[in-house]
Write a protein of this length. Structure first.
Length: 721
């Protein structure tokens, strides 16, 4: 009797319920209210905005229900199986969740665990049933005592859950139609003896029409399925009636909430329905947002670390698979350092990736044991005990074919795992051990060195090769004035005599690096020609230019090498002829030297070394010298990145000469050239050069040392033949 009277009273005033919520908030008291929405989709900022709305509109007579899609494929949901996000949703004020497809993203069993956790919103649904027993797997409805009323909220999930989910996520469940679900729970709802029965969920127009006709115990409906027939011209209002029962259609947008309230207003009861848009009027709740943001930042850090682990480990495992021709490679994580690889595994970073003490074993193993190991690795709760695997997919396929249980596969693993370490006794089942106790670091280093040498040999030019260059350059540099004075002998020009090392600027037109090379069998002949027209000068703060110099020169550098394949060293003959033009009176300066000896390359360190006997002739001063010479050359290129349009190069060349003869112009000379070259835009290069020098000069009885550095901007053109 009480329930019938209550229904008549509610129906009598239904048509007067559309009163703006804000205008009555101070004039009426809340008997009960229900806030509902959906599609939070794992967005932590949107959840924090909902928290602000709940704090403003909810009290102890209110419920907040999500119609599904509370979860989503965001990092904060994925990283810890939604634990932090669901706890935050409960803290925000969300009471119930009616599961949709996204709630099943971790599988049915995970969602069952969510439903049993008091720190999460309660999971309710009457039409998600066990495929075998046909009984609901969650609580089908929620019973609520408020303002002297007993209210029963029956929850219905979207019937598209299975269609919108992956098969693996919804294994073992079925989704009933709303009519089937209500027939299944009708007896239980009747036993609740509720004053008001509310059916809530994403129902469409046809479902509601059927329910209202077949199930008279339902008093009203809450839905937000505007795309299910309520957004057409006949259903544009927020309320409709079916069989005399009101249907409240809330907003469908993820950033909106529906607010249904029953209020006492000046002695009369009214129903009010409104939409809340979670925009600027509902800023994210600061404390909740800060907590979720800190959690998300930590998850991002962990994901970056895990990506580095997988990339590093995958690079090593794939390389080892190729080196040893293994079907599958399985490594424990502790055998590697997790250096973040920017590109690939190289000689430059290999020691930052593989632990030096890592030993390897190669042997045979049955496919059944391999699949058992794979499943064991997946089941490890601690990620540090999961394996790094190459050659075998997560589904247990090798070469795109499922691994056969009785098929023998060549497996490469560490000796630690081979002995059953890290909780993997299956590795002991291997047979036919071929190699063991291999040093992983040395094996990979040797392979990378050989690979780099193969690439170098493959990139050699054809039997003959010629390159012509033309460039225009300008710079400011610190110049070795003492060396320039020495070039004049005793006839040093007056403007030059009082100068010390200082900065000079120049403009240069050059054709440098013109090369010709020829190779026949083991014989290699190369020649380099440099021609430069250059004007230097420096100007003090006051006055005219103190020092002008023409630095026009021609250099010819032929070289012969004999390649001995079985030995690392190569005999060579190297010559250099220089001619310098300048304005002073006197003989034309020509310098020449010839050296012969042995050279050797160390590709691992990008290093070339040569040591030999050197003879030099200074035709200006008619001095000859005989001594030794040595050269250390480091030449390395780096890939193009950021604003660099082509690979950058670094070159460091150190030369020293020692002439024991008494008449030697330079009894000892050391030169070191360091150059870094970047190509900023096409054909425009920026060079940074630093040169150190030291020498003794018997003629001038002088010992000198210093540093010269310059910055060159070159615009060059090149022709290759």
């Amino acid at each position: 009797m009480h329930r019938a009277v209550y229904r008549l009273a509610l129906l009598a005033i239904t048509l007067a319920f559309l009163v703006p919520v804000q205008s009555v908030a101070q004039e009426s008291s809340n008997r009960f209210s229900i806030m509902f929405g959906w599609k939070t989709a794992g967005d932590h900022e949107l959840l924090a905005r909902q928290a602000t709305a709940y704090r403003q509109w909810k009290d102890n007579r209110s419920l907040a229900i999500s119609f599904g899609a509370l979860l989503g494929p965001t990092l904060i949901v994925r990283h810890d199986t939604a634990d932090q996000f669901l706890r935050a949703a409960h803290q925000a004020g969300l009471d119930y969740v009616i599961p949709a497809a996204p709630e099943f993203m971790f599988g049915v069993e995970a969602l069952r665990r969510f439903a049993d956790t008091d720190d999460y919103p309660r999971i309710i649904s009457a039409n998600v049933v066990d495929e075998r027993t046909r009984r609901p797997i969650f609580e089908p409805y929620a019973t609520w005592y408020v303002s002297g009323l007993r209210i029963c909220v029956v929850a219905l999930s979207d019937t598209g859950v299975i269609r919108e989910s992956k098969d693996a996520d919804v294994t073992g469940i079925d989704i009933l139609t709303p009519d089937e679900a209500l027939r299944g729970v009708s007896v239980g709802v009747a036993r609740e003896n509720a004053d008001l029965v509310i059916v809530a969920g994403r129902m469409d127009r046809s479902d509601i029409a059927e329910i209202s006709r077949k199930h008279p115990f339902v008093d009203l409906f809450l839905t937000n399925n505007q795309s299910g027939g309520f957004s057409d011209p006949k259903g544009t209002t927020s309320t409709a009636f079916y069989s005399g029962k009101p249907v409240y259609v809330g907003p469908e947008a993820g950033n909106q909430l529906g607010l249904f309230s029953v209020r006492d207003r000046e002695g009369f009861e009214s129903r009010e329905f409104a939409s809340l848009t979670l925009g600027d009027a509902y800023p994210p709740e600061p404390e909740l947002l800060a907590s979720l943001t800190r959690t998300l930042d930590e998850f991002k850090r962990r994901e970056t670390e895990e990506n580095n682990i997988q990339k590093t480990g995958g690079a090593v495992a794939s390389l080892l698979q190729g080196i040893f021709s293994a079907d599958a490679v399985l490594l424990e994580r502790q055998s590697l350092f997790y250096y973040p690889l920017a590109d690939s595994l190289t000689m430059f970073n290999v020691r930052k990736v593989i632990r030096p003490y890592t030993k390897l074993a190669v042997y045979s193993m049955k496919g059944s044991a391999l699949k058992s190991i794979l499943e064991e690795s997946k089941s490890k709760a601690d990620p540090d005990y999961r394996l790094i695997i190459a050659g075998m997919t997560a589904e247990g396929k090798i070469d795109s074919i499922p691994a056969g249980d009785e098929t023998d596969y060549t497996v490469l693993t560490t000796t630690h795992l081979r002995a059953g370490g890290n909780g993997y006794p299956q590795f002991r089942e291997g047979t036919n051990e071929r190699q063991t106790d291999l040093n992983a670091l040395l094996a990979v280093e040797r392979f990378l060195v050989e690979k780099e040498e193969r690439i170098r040999l493959a990139s050699r030019p054809q039997k003959w090769n010629a390159v012509l260059n033309l460039s225009v350059a300008s710079n400011f540099s610190k110049t070795d004035v003492d060396a320039d004075k020495a070039a004049y002998g005793g006839a040093v020009p007056n403007p030059l005599r009082g100068l010390a090392d200082q900065f000079f600027g120049f403009l240069r037109f050059g054709s440098e690096g013109n090369t010709f090379s020829y190779k026949h069998n083991r014989h290699s002949l190369s020649s380099r020609l440099d021609m430069v027209y250059q004007r230097n000068g420096t100007k003090p703060a006051n006055g005219t230019i103190l020092y002008r110099k023409m630095n026009d020169y021609i250099k010819l550098n032929p070289r012969y090498e004999y390649d001995r394949p079985l030995f690392g060293t190569r005999p060579y003959i190297d010559a250099s002829i220089n001619s310098i033009l300048y304005s002073a009176q006197g003989k034309h300066p020509i310098n020449a030297d010839v050296s012969t000896g042995l050279s050797r390359k160390f590709p691992k360190y990008w290093l070339s070394v040569q040591l030999g006997i050197n003879g030099a002739r200074d035709y200006f001063n008619n001095l000859s010298s005989l001594g030794t010479s040595g050269t250390l050359l480091i030449d390395k290129s780096f890939p193009a990145k950021s604003f660099l349009t082509s690979p950058a190069s670094f070159r460091s060349e150190t030369k020293f000469y020692w002439y024991p003869t008494a008449q030697a112009r330079h009894q000892f000379r050391h030169e070191n050239y360091n150059r870094i070259t970047f190509q900023l835009i096409k054909k425009l290069n920026l060079e940074i050069n630093v040169r150190t020098y030291s020498y003794t000069n018997n003629t001038l009885r002088k010992t000198a040392f210093g540093v010269v550095y310059d910055l060159n901007l070159n615009y060059g053109m090149q022709w290759k033949f």
